[in-house]
Design a protein around this ligand. Sequence first.
Ligand code: ADP
Ligand code: MG
Ligand code: MG
Length: 507
Amino acid sequence: MTKSIYPAYPPDLSDEQAQFLLTNLKDWSIAHGLAVRPAPSFVSQSQDPTGVLATSAPVTLFPSPFPRHCYEEGLAIQKAYNELYSAIARDEEWLKTVVEELAGVDDFVAKLWQIHLEVKREGYVQDLTLGLFRSDYMVHVDPKEADAKPEIKQVEFNTIASSFGGLSSKVSEMHKYLLSIDAYPPQATPIIKQDSLPQSKSVPSLAAGLAASHRAYGSSRSSHPLCVLFVVQGPERNVFDQRHLEYSLLAENGVRSFRVPFHKILSDTKLDSERNLIYSPPHAVGQSYEVTTIYYRAGYTPDDYAGEEEWTARLHLERSRAIKCPSILTHLAGCKKVQQVLATPHSPHLARFVPDEATAKRLLKTFAPIYPLDKSEAGLEARRLATDVGSASRYVLKPQREGGGNNIYRASIPPFLEKLAETNWPAYILMEMIEPPALNNVIIRNGEVQKGGVIGELGVYGVCLWRSGGQILENWEAGYLLRTKGDQSEEGGVAAGFGAVDSCCLI
Ligand code: ADP
Ligand code: MG
Ligand code: MG
């Protein structure tokens, strides 16, 4: 195991203690929907022909130690990050300069931009946009300073389909429960205490964001009742994560929602003459709804666009009068290239969107060094770093993609670039690896217990509702997520099979 900065954490357990903890974890997680549909490799079609089975989501046995001031700073700056990204999404001219650099080398980005232009030509009929964002961080300790304090550095900012808000609330609840029934042994309780385990409010808070958008839409113009539409992938293993938001939207806000797979959009929805989006559920013949808010949990990856039909579906949705979560411009604002441009040293970009100097300074402190791979001076230096095996080991190479599994890490970068035509290099950005302090934990995945060195990633959710003219109607921080992966894995995605859902034990 890695030499952790908390060597006694997590404590060793006797067989009986481990058994007690695991039994409680397994039962609590299923009883409360801290669950996923099983992977086909785990349960075959013949074992579960009707798709009725669910299994506990990958989780950590113990909450992971996380510096309190880092957690507090991440939550405190979320509203500023919401404002920043909503301002970027409103600044078409600025975004155009970024997108133009990518359009020639990234087909997906180019197609999204084309959709924006097509709707713009016709005229947008909705000036409200909803963002359910998640800003992701790792803890960084400056190796050059002897007494350096840990600080958070941003991994990325998600503007579309930010996931795990549903399961995150549940896992922090579960860790609190395990503590309350004394499932953690006494030697752990000086560290794990009820007041060091913050409850993530992501479920009610993200659902309240959807409800705020639903209300801001106004009354029905089509005489059909109103609803929110979750546009989803099918099949979706992480369905319960989304279901928690749906249930909270109904139970706490009285808002009806439906789930529609992306490939069913064109058959199940229509635009009326005013471009109201009308959804006719196939199960309820003769009943239709007017959609107030389109919540995309699909459409963020090229894999969701099998052919022209899906692109037609995206255009169809964007043309509608429904509020988009997110709009195309907001989706594009989440490109890693945007993050890189913002992080350019001494650039005027951040000040353009965040005029308040103190706020801009606080955001800037969370940026890690990121470089373009173009022909600029910084780009040429980055090319040198990325093609040398010695220096490349400190970096990660990222394309403009979401959902995990797309990056190239460290020593794999030079051979990857060697095979890639140089004209395509600007489609990527080069980012310095953040190296968090060593920690240990236990991950439970498919019932298997994996103990060892881990790396945590804090995600902070944000809700923002704004008008294209600039008025911000709603802006709040919406809870947190901690994802933890084995320190041998570079990727952190839980759904992609690399990580586990965790909660913070503040220290
Ligand atoms: P995606 O949008 O696909 O989630 P990310 O930028 O979040 O892309 O990268 C995926 C994973 O790669 C992260 O969850 C994290 O584990 C790892 N990663 C990305 N950037 C860095 C970095 N600068 N330092 C350390 N790990 C990183
Ligand atoms: Mg990520
Ligand atoms: Mg992402």
